[in-house]
Design a protein around this ligand. Structure first.
Ligand code: CIR
Length: 256
């Protein structure tokens, strides 16, 4: 069970963030509305949602997941791969301090985005991407090993243009991995029950298991059906305004 989900309100500057999606500018009213619905849905599972104030100096700061990696026992402050996002770590560290006795840091020349990190029970998959480099991955692997977690790397640089590892997969619990077709045959996932996201629904690879619910983005009925058929309780949330900025359900919170 997760006790907490930490979120940050979207800033007025949100539409100025980084994106590769060609879906137009986000509508701010809808962005805020979708954020509220997300927080409400997480809290309905029994989690306590912490809401940080908007940080207009960092348009992408609503995607709090990238600035830290958290477990029940410790937090790791990352070093985001995008220059414009690096300052977000100065805001996330004080927000996490009241909750964690142990805080580690990824340091230069390492870079690492939380979106590249997927926890599956006591194991962590670390994506090597345009944002997370091998040095950042090595530093995180060392921190995890010191704290009795295992880890392995998954290079996603030739995996069909995924921004982050979790753009293309989600650990749903019960030994089940939801996987983008580009990751489906990757040897790292051979021991899991695999649910494969259909090729025309790639964005739905970013689902989120939080307490007893799998949250899925609206508009991807085949993936929704696959998850439901596999026996999970599913709740669909509209993330249209976050998709416009390459973000999704996992990106909007840190959970522990
Ligand atoms: C970025 O490019 O950094 C943001 N516009 C989107 C970050 C999405 N975060 C995530 O997948 N964890």
């Amino acid at each position: 069970m997760f006790t907490y989900a930490l979120t940050r309100l979207p800033a007025k500057t949100y539409p100025e963030g980084i994106t590769t999606a060609d879906l137009g500018k986000p509508n701010m009213d809808l962005t805020i509305q979708q954020h509220q619905a997300y927080c409400q849905a997480l809290s309905e599972t029994g989690g306590h949602v912490i809401s940080l104030p908007a940080a207009p100096d960092f348009p992408d700061s609503v995607f709090v997941e990238d600035a830290a990696v958290v477990t029940k026992d410790f937090a790791v402050i990352t070093r985001p791969g995008a220059e414009s996002r690096r300052g977000e770590i100065q805001l996330i560290e004080p927000a996490l301090q009241p909750y964690f006795d142990q805080i580690f840091h990824i340091t230069a020349p390492g870079t690492l985005d939380g979106g590249d990190i997927c926890q599956a029970e006591k194991h962590f998959f670390i994506g090597i991407s345009e944002r997370t480099n091998p040095e950042g991955a090595k530093q995180l692997a060392n921190i995890l090993q010191q704290n009795n977690y295992t880890s392995s790397e998954v290079n996603i640089q030739s995996a069909g243009g995924l921004l982050h590892l979790k753009s293309g997969l989600a650990y749903l619990g019960e030994n089940t991995m939801l996987l983008d077709e580009h990751l489906a045959e990757h040897p790292s996932f051979s021991q899991y029950r695999k649910l494969i996201v259909p090729s025309n629904e790639t964005y739905a690879g970013n689902c989120l298991r939080f307490n007893d619910v799998v949250f899925a983005p609206k508009g991807f009925p085949k993936t929704e059906n696959i998850i439901r058929q596999a026996g999970f309780k599913i709740v669909v949330l509209d993330t249209s305004e976050y998709r416009k900025m390459d973000g999704g359900l996992s990106c909007l919170s840190l959970r522990w």
